[in-house]
Design a protein around this ligand. Sequence first.
Ligand code: AMP
Ligand code: MG
Length: 332
Amino acid sequence: MSQTPGYENELAVALEAVRLAAKLCQSVRKEITPGTLSKADLSPVTVADFGSQALIARALATALPDDLLVAEEDAADLRKPENSAALTSVSQHVAKLVPGADAETVLAWIDRGASNADPRRFWTLDPIDGTKGFLRGDQYAIALALIVDGRVEVAALACPALPQGLNPGAPEGVVFAAIRGQGAKDQPLDQPGDAGASISVASDADPSAVRFCESQESGHSSHSHAADVAKILGITASPIRMDSQAKYGVVARGQAHLYLRLPTRADYREKIWDHAAGSLIITEAGGLVTDVDGRPLDFSLGRELLSNRGVAASASAQLHDRVLHALRQVGV
Ligand code: AMP
Ligand code: MG
């Protein structure tokens, strides 16, 4: 198995995997009839979540069989008799893309993602990041990253509902890609042969022109603390609220200057799969990412960022310094 030191092979495998998973997510989402979902009925996102993980675990197992995968889901719930309809649906969706895949095979692929974080080399996956956005018809992402010795080396981030450029009317579907030290790119999701275009963060802006992103969900990031920080920084534009790591992509391609993820609870620890891919894409696009205390994100401590609180990502070091200062003033 060729494993080039520059990780080009790994990136190619990861991009193909997230593209295939994105196809499954898009086809599951097409089946959702808006307004028909009750709160207890989480099946579309369950189906897409497990299906996406199965496809990506299979792709990694085929191309890089020695690599471990640390993913958000395991198949235990899907094996329960009461979830047999969901399992059938997952298998049918997977089999449309991988002919012949049956339920047992799909379960085994999903369970490949149940590794614990190996300190040397492993992949981490969020099969659907932004599940609320997926259900709402808003943004979501498929986020895959390779971590080696605690550092993110490769990132592939598919954002099936993100416009392919800065024009809101552009066709949807973008994949962001990065290898440490080689810059970041974006590519149209539906054009696998496209080599992609380099992306970079926005240059320093006047506070009145600074745009910041935050989670759509106020339970995932404190909107009120972010508003206080924005006030201190002199930011007048309203926040760009968006689900998933699409926020990292939006800052990496220069559409916004800042991504704030401010803790809502003292005991919450960020999950590695919620930040691994996005954080490499933003740093390779020329941006900066730390936690709210200014510490680098530490991906060497298992499934969670145990030594970090929240996240702040900025387009420039100068802006980042001002943000960290404002965060201290606000008492985040
Ligand atoms: P977002 O789409 O940016 O709101 O982020 C979605 C992610 O938020 C999910 O993948 C969860 O892992 C994560 N999450 C769940 N609860 C919290 C919380 N209390 N604080 C921060 N993130 C959370
Ligand atoms: Mg997530």
